[in-house]
Design a protein around this ligand. Sequence first.
Ligand SMILES: Cc1cc2nc3c(=O)[nH]c(=O)nc-3n(C[C@H](O)[C@H](O)[C@H](O)COP(=O)(O)O)c2cc1C
Length: 329
Amino acid sequence: MADLKTKYLGLELKNPLVASASPLSRKVETAVALEEAGVSAIVMYSLFEEQIIQEGLKLDRDLSRGIETYAEALDFFPQTGDYSIGPEKYLDHLARVKLAVNIPVIGSLNGVTPGGWVEYAQKIESAGADAVELNLYYLATDPATPSSELEAMYVELVNLIRNQVQIPLAVKLSPFITSLPNFAKQLVEAGADGLVLFNRFYQPDFDLEELVVTPNLVLSNSNELRLPLRWIAILFGQVQTDYALTSGIHTNEDMVKALMAGASVTMVASEFLQNGIERAAKILTDTETWLDEHEYDSVAQMIGSMSQKSVEQPAEFERANYVKVLNSY
Ligand SMILES: Cc1cc2nc3c(=O)[nH]c(=O)nc-3n(C[C@H](O)[C@H](O)[C@H](O)COP(=O)(O)O)c2cc1C
């Protein structure tokens, strides 16, 4: 049997199949079910700083209006009298998940203010997380903000958090970065131990009857794998860090491709939400079979074997291939 072990963020993992941040970590039972199905680590759903702020503001409104939720609101009112109520539930839950499973648990954070990012990263560390994933989900909509300013802010933020927490740090990126290799290099220099490619931005839709904008959450399919696949293949060997591929992993073949591109781990959300947590066991046995049939002894041996640096046709990843592909249609 091929050896599926891999290393990610300094964590020794029994295989490269990690549960991506999703509602599946909202319950201890589903986290346990993920472990039983074979995943090697769990990334928790994100703690969002604006939820914390909003909860605080709502509480303030409810209390000052003296409405019927008063008694209920009082139950939640913190002893300190400030607004620091939001993260406690998340942190308690993280600690309970950590107690219930034997695999590493990675906290996930989406902050707003630099102070918030640092404070909650520290709290996630104190709650017992084995690592923290920084979910950089910011949509630039202001024409006055240049990309260089935003990128510098992110890099500074990673550096700030790196100096305040001891556990490993991963950064989950969006694909909408103009010079991704340079940005990736800066993040790693600032202290990121790993990069997670890519976050999926949920695209709003229009309801033409009601004339309102509607949120639209569509789960992924395997075609979406190709965007992170290309970028990990390009970055691997150029920017030395651990890569996690998220978006479009549904089968053992998707996983093998991701590893060959250079990912140390693959992260799965949509497949488990769509077809059940037990898919993890099937993906893992199929991967083992695939490795055996193709005479691979280990996962370690295949990581990066199809990265841009390793393939015979490196231009296939680049612009040169564009004209060829268009002409071949
Ligand atoms: C319902 C749902 C909730 C999610 N919540 C989070 C989250 O809290 N934090 C985060 O970083 N990513 C979140 N994601 C993104 C996933 O972790 C993952 O990166 C993305 O869905 C791509 O992987 P997939 O193709 O396996 O779904 C969520 C995805 C889904 C479908």
